[in-house]
Design a protein around this ligand. Structure first.
Ligand code: BGC
Length: 547
């Protein structure tokens, strides 16, 4: 196991598959997906061409925030399996060359965690200082309320402790007090526990909010970065080869700070890029994308972005201007039910009106722009959502494996399922499912597997420098990726109409674009603009080779 984890820098070339274990495959017929079910599906995951699983929280939890409300950091939720199942999963995954990371929720616990239960007993409890208490609810007024649709304050009254406690998310998720050193030690021990079990790293949840200081918005404080460096020292010193991936929904400068000087996180989600992919597509305009990538500060060597289109949360619109937020909301969330907090709670396919060309275009950008792509379970088959389920549950419905009972997800009685399968006319599991797409060579699933294979055949995609190519019309986004003498040219049409375009490729005069399909028929590049014609939403992937 140690040898497997030890393969350095694997995260640079990784492709992640995000799995909601409860929604993936039920092996025990209780209506909940579980670790054994996930093990059964490892062949499928391997066949996708991804290299690392990211498991959403698997710890015991009252499930008031789908496991992000942890009541015990050192166990597996019994509805999902056992520690033995977990070990079996990591071993089975490693045998297939797949790595496994899990969510690590460090900023808060559930109010059911025994730390909080004991802390509530008052200042004499050894756990009292594990949480942030106050006699009044007016401290840290500058801190934003994140779950603004549900919470009105970051303070909640505890009847037993007769004090207010601090929480950045739901009021049943009290924040841990990182000023209290035993909390830091306890969290480092939680990390060791899972790392000893063979885990390859963590997606660290809600990183910016670890400390509170009056007069600040209580995000990204220097003390928070100091603790991130402690986590990293633990990894480097005791578990080299494992990785830390930051969830920090922040503007570029604050976000890039989580890479530190290469001494904090190995990876961070590219939150600024994600909404701009949707913006560029809808506006048929390359500017939001190019501006975003060109203005992102450089990240240290051996660090990597994690890029994504969708995940288990709402499509957050915090990292765009007010005008762009209004535009994205009006274009992508036409029904108010589609909104939650500052985001859109929809899956990829419904966001794009189930338009296969637009889905492929966004995937093509995701796979060819810098970063390690993260694919959300079900989005590889264009699964739909259910906006009539509350909170973010509509994008967490059971994986659609086949047209069998409960979409092949579970053989429990349908009414026992943790959430209903999709049955509406557009997204129903009888039509949208893995088995059907495996049978159809033209399916989205086959297309995506093929693209992922192409991507992994060329290190330019994961390691190459990006350079945008000047184009004669703004609905085309064209760039090169170059690494160790190999250059790929990627051209995308963001428009719903056919687009003729001139590309300024003089720097590559004498080379010939060879399409990844093997087509050598494209003309050699000359010392004059290169002409291409792109179909609506078309993407072209070329290698530039000597003529
Ligand atoms: C997770 C959410 C969760 C929140 C509170 C986030 O950033 O992605 O799903 O509700 O943290 O833990």
């Amino acid at each position: 196991m140690a040898e497997f984890n030890g393969g350095g820098h694997w995260h640079l070339d990784a492709v992640f598959y995000q799995v909601y274990v409860r929604g993936f495959k039920d092996s025990s017929r209780d209506g909940n997906g579980d670790l054994r079910g996930l093990i059964e599906k490892l062949d499928y995951i391997e066949s996708l061409g991804v290299s690392c699983l990211w498991l959403m929280p698997i710890f015991p939890s009252p499930l008031r925030d789908d496991g992000y409300d942890v009541s015990d950091f050192l166990e597996i939720d019994p509805s999902i399996g056992s520690l033995a199942d977990f070990q079996q999963l990591t071993e089975a995954a490693h045998q297939r060359d797949l790595r496994v990371i899990t969510d690590l929720v460090i900023s808060h616990t559930s109010d059911q965690h025994h730390w909080f239960q004991k802390a509530r007993q008052g200042p004499d409890s050894p756990f009292f200082s594990y949480y942030v208490w106050s006699d009044s609810d007016d401290r840290y007024q500058e801190a934003q309320v994140i779950f603004s649709d549900t919470e009105h304050s970051n303070w909640a009254w505890d009847h037993q402790a007769k004090r207010y406690y601090w929480h950045r998310f739901f009021s049943h998720q009290p924040d841990l007090n990182y000023d209290h050193l035993p909390v830091q030690e306890a969290i480092l021990d939680v990390m060791r526990f899972w790392l000893d079990l063979g885990i390859d790293g963590f997606r660290v949840d809600a990183v910016p909010y670890l400390f509170e200081r009056e007069g600040t918005n209580c995000e990204n404080l220097p003390e928070t970065h100091a603790f991130c460096r402690r986590m990293r020292r633990l990894i480097d010193g005791e578990y080299p080869g494992r990785i830390l991936l930051a969830e920090a929904n922040q503007w570029p400068d604050d976000l890039v700070a989580y890479f530190g000087a290469g001494d904090e996180f190995h990876m961070a989600f590219n939150f600024p890029l994600m909404p701009r992919l949707f913006l560029a597509l809808r506006r048929e305009d390359n500017r939001p994308l190019i501006d975003c990538i060109e203005t992102l500060p450089a990240i240290p060597a051996d660090c990597q972005w994690a890029t994504f289109l969708r995940n288990h949360d709402e499509l957050t619109l915090e990292m765009v201007t007010d005008a762009d937020r209004d535009y994205l909301t009006s274009e992508y969330a036409r029904d108010p039910r589609m909104m939650l907090n500052v985001g859109i709670r929809r899956r990829l396919a419904p966001l794009l009106d189930h338009d296969r060309r637009r889905i492929e275009l966004l995937y093509s950008l995701l796979l060819s722009l810098p970063g390690a792509p993260v694919i959300y379970y079900g989005d590889e088959i264009g699964m739909g959502d259910n906006i009539y389920l509350g909170d973010r549950n509509g994008v967490r419905t059971p994986m659609q494996w086949s047209d069998d009972r409960n979409a092949g997800f579970s053989s429990a009685d349908p009414s026992r399922l943790y959430k209903p399968v999709l049955t509406d006319p557009l997204d129903n599991y009888q039509t949208v499912n893995v088995a059907a797409q495996l049978r159809s060579p033209a399916s989205l699933l086959h297309w995506l597997r093929h693209q992922l294979r192409l991507r992994s055949s060329q290190p330019v995609f994961s390691r190459g420098e990006i350079r945008f190519v000047q184009v004669s019309c703004r609905s085309i986004v064209a760039f090169t990726r170059s690494h160790r003498g190999t250059t790929a040219l990627l051209v995308h049409n963001l428009a719903a109409t056919v687009q003729p375009v001139h590309l300024e490729l003089e720097a590559y005069a004498g080379l010939r674009p060879v399409h990844f399909s093997g087509n050598h028929g494209f003309p050699q590049i000359q010392a004059a603009p290169y002409f291409l014609n792109l179909a609506p939403y078309e993407s072209l992937w070329f290698l530039l080779e000597p003529a």
